[in-house]
Design a protein. Structure first.
Length: 258
């Protein structure tokens, strides 16, 4: 559709939108925020890492990047648990070719995997927002991609942190690893829908089997890069009571009050 619009603009004598964009303009500034808390075992963490590496190298992801208005995106990555793992941060990279994507994926593949205690989704969102604000690129869209397997139980409350990011024009999407019970009433996907994701077109994508993770990541990245709407089966879960966004903090405190 973008190619059709550009063609019509050219035929009408107007300057195509893409031609008006500068070298620092990208279709999306995308932060990948990946949970490496100790609620996941080493095998799950390894498969999760491999899923991101595979998705970033996949043809569908490359085509989503090159098919955009500018044909390029800016991407960054970090891992988090109770706090952001400092050595896990991969700062902004411009991706506009297959070689760029492979280079970024290879850099991720070489990083050691370090797990930590607790789960602070709020810290992940705050880190992602700070990286977006300080980015040297100008994005048509700004997205934080949060994957996790539990509720917020450390740091600031997640809902107000989410709201501040959304107010700043940032979209937050979620990928929930639902391999085992999370303690969230209604399921972790509902918790993410009510308390974590936000912004126009935001969605949550659940994963029930670790072997499905790579496909889920690829699907999610393609949606985020292309800006296409998620299917009706991927999104906010309606017709259920609102989730207590402090449930993780209450459960953690209950462990010490027994």
């Amino acid at each position: 559709m973008l190619a059709t619009i550009a063609m019509l603009l050219t035929l009408s004598g107007a300057t195509p939108v893409a031609a008006q964009l500068g070298a620092s303009d990208v279709d999306v500034k995308l932060v990948l925020a990946v949970d490496t808390s100790r609620s996941m075992d080493q095998e799950e963490v390894r498969i999760q890492r491999e899923g991101y590496v595979e998705a970033l190298k996949h043809r569908e992801f490359i085509e989503a990047v090159t098919g955009g208005l500018t044909g390029r995106i800016a991407i960054s990555y970090f891992e988090w648990a109770g706090y952001v793992v400092p050595d896990s941060v991969i700062d902004w990279h411009l991706i506009e070719t297959e070689q760029d994507a492979i280079a970024f994926a290879s850099k991720l593949e070489q990083r050691p995997i370090i797990t930590q205690r607790r789960t602070s989704i709020s810290t992940a969102i705050a880190q992602g927002a700070a990286m977006i604000v300080s980015s040297p690129y100008s994005g048509i869209r700004q997205v934080i991609d949060v994957s996790g397997d539990g509720t917020n139980n450390s740091g600031n409350p997640v809902a107000p942190t989410r709201d501040k990011a959304v107010e700043a024009g940032i979209i937050i999407n979620g990928l929930t690893l639902m391999l085992r019970p999370s303690g969230a009433p209604g399921g972790l996907d509902k918790y993410y829908a009510d308390c974590v994701i936000g912004g126009p077109g935001s969605f949550v994508l659940p994963v029930y089997k670790i072997e499905d993770f790579a496909v889920a990541v690829r699907r999610k990245l393609v949606l985020e890069v292309s800006g296409l709407p998620a299917s009706p089966t991927v999104g906010k879960i309606a017709d259920q009571p609102a989730t207590d966004c402090m449930i993780g903090e209450r459960q953690w405190q209950d462990m010490f009050d027994r």
